[in-house]
Write a protein that binds this ligand. Structure first.
Ligand code: GDP
Length: 303
C-alpha cells in the first residue's frame, strides 16, 4: 500500500541504490556477487544469520532455476526473502482479540521508543472500528507520562484511567480493569514504565501488573506487545532479548521504520527472536500504524 511505500522510502532508497550498483556491474552470479549481496543485507540490518541464510539459499536457488538475467536473479532474491521470513512464521501476525469480552493488551518497552504514540494510534484504530477502548496510565514513574496518555485519550476519545505520579502501577491496572469491565469496554490498553536503568524493579513491576490482570481476567493479558525503535538497530535487538528473558512477549511493534534506512531489522528480529512483528510504525501521525505484512514489506524494498 501507499503507506508502506512512503514509510519505507529511506530503506528502499538506500537498499535499491546498493542493489542497483550491484546489478550495474552484473555479468554473472559468481562468488563476488554473493559476497557483495551479503554486505548489502548486513548493511541494511537484516542481521548476520539471516543474511547468510538468504545468500546461501540464493546460491542453490539460482543454480536450480538457472537464473541468469538481472530480472531473474532479483525475482529469486525476493521470493527467497519472503520464504525465509514466512517459513517459521506459522502464526499470523495479528493482534489476538478476545472473542467474547474484554481484550487486555499490555504494552512494554524502554522510554522513547514510541510506546505512548503507538498506544494512541492503536486506540484510534480500534475506536474507529467501533470498539470501546480504555487506556491505563501504568507508567507512573516518568514525569509527564500520565499527562501524555491523557492527551492521547482526549484526542482519540478513549477514557484514561490514571493514578497519582509515583503510585503503584498494579493498582492503576486494577482500577482500569474494573473500570473497563463496568463500561463493558472491548479493549484495555495498558501503558507501562520503560526505565531500563533499573531492570529488576521494572521486570518485577511488569510481573505484578500481569498478575493483577490474570486475577481479574481469567485468561490474563491477551497480548504483551514489546515496542522497539527500528532506528536503534542492533540496540533494539538487545532490548528485545532482555525483555524476552523475563516477560512473555507475544508480539513486537517496530516503530520509526520511516526514519531508518536499515529496515531490514524486521527480518533480523523475526529470525533471532522468534517473536512475530505484529505492527509497524511508519510515521508520527495517528494513522501511521500498519499491520506487518512480510510479503508486502519485502516487495516494497524492491519496488
Ligand atoms: P515513549 O517514551 O516510548 O512513550 O515514546 P513516545 O510515544 O513519546 O515517542 C517518542 C517520539 O517518537 C515522539 O516524538 C513520537 O512522535 C515519535 N514516534 C513514535 N512512533 C513513531 C513512528 O512510527 N515514526 C516516527 N517518525 N516517529 C515516531
Amino acid at each position: 500500500t501507499e503507506k508502506y511505500e512512503k514509510g519505507l522510502e529511506k530503506t528502499r532508497k538506500s537498499f535499491s541504490n546498493r542493489m542497483n550498483e550491484l546489478f550495474a556491474n552484473f555479468r554473472t552470479v559468481d562468488e563476488d556477487f554473493f559476497e557483495e549481496l551479503e554486505e548489502i543485507l548486513i548493511g541494511a540490518d537484516v542481521g548476520y544469520d539471516a543474511s547468510m541464510e538468504i545468500s546461501n539459499a540464493l546460491r542453490q536457488e539460482v543454480k536450480l532455476k538457472n537464473a541468469k538475467s538481472q530480472g531473474e536473479v532479483q525475482q529469486v532474491i525476493i521470493e527467497k526473502m519472503v520464504e525465509i521470513y514466512e517459513k517459521d512464521n506459522t502464526e499470523k501476525p495479528e493482534i489476538n482479540f478476545n472473542k467474547d469480552g474484554l481484550t487486555v493488551i499490555l504494552v512494554v518497552g524502554v522510554n522513547g521508543v514510541g510506546k505512548t504514540t503507538t498506544i494512541g494510534k492503536m486506540a484510534k484504530r480500534y475506536q474507529t472500528e467501533g470498539k470501546t477502548v480504555v487506556l491505563a496510565a501504568g507508567d507512573t514513574f516518568r514525569a509527564g507520562a500520565i499527562e501524555q496518555l491523557v492527551v492521547w485519550g482526549e484526542r482519540v476519545g478513549a477514557q484514561v484511567v490514571t493514578g497519582k505520579a509515583g503510585s503503584d502501577p498494579a493498582a492503576v491496572v486494577f482500577d482500569a480493569v474494573r473500570q473497563a469491565k463496568k463500561q463493558q469496554a472491548d479493549v484495555l490498553i495498558v501503558d507501562t514504565a520503560g526505565r531500563l536503568q533499573n531492570k529488576v524493579n521494572l521486570m518485577n513491576e511488569l510481573e505484578k501488573m500481569k498478575r493483577v490482570i490474570e486475577k481479574e481476567i481469567i485468561d490474563g493479558p491477551h497480548e504483551v506487545l514489546l515496542v522497539l525503535d527500528a532506528t536503534t538497530g542492533q540496540n533494539a535487538m538487545v532490548q528485545a532479548k532482555q525483555f524476552k528473558q523475563t516477560t512473555n512477549v507475544t508480539g513486537i511493534v517496530l516503530t520509526k521504520l520511516d526514519g531508518t534506512a536499515k529496515g531490514g531489522i524486521v527480518l533480523a528480529i523475526r529470525k533471532e527472536l522468534d517473536i512475530p512483528v505484529k505492527l509497524v510504525g511508519l510515521g508520527e501521525a495517528v494513522d501511521d500504524l500498519q499491520e506487518f505484512d512480510p510479503g508486502e514489506y519485502i516487495y516494497g524494498l524492491f519496488s
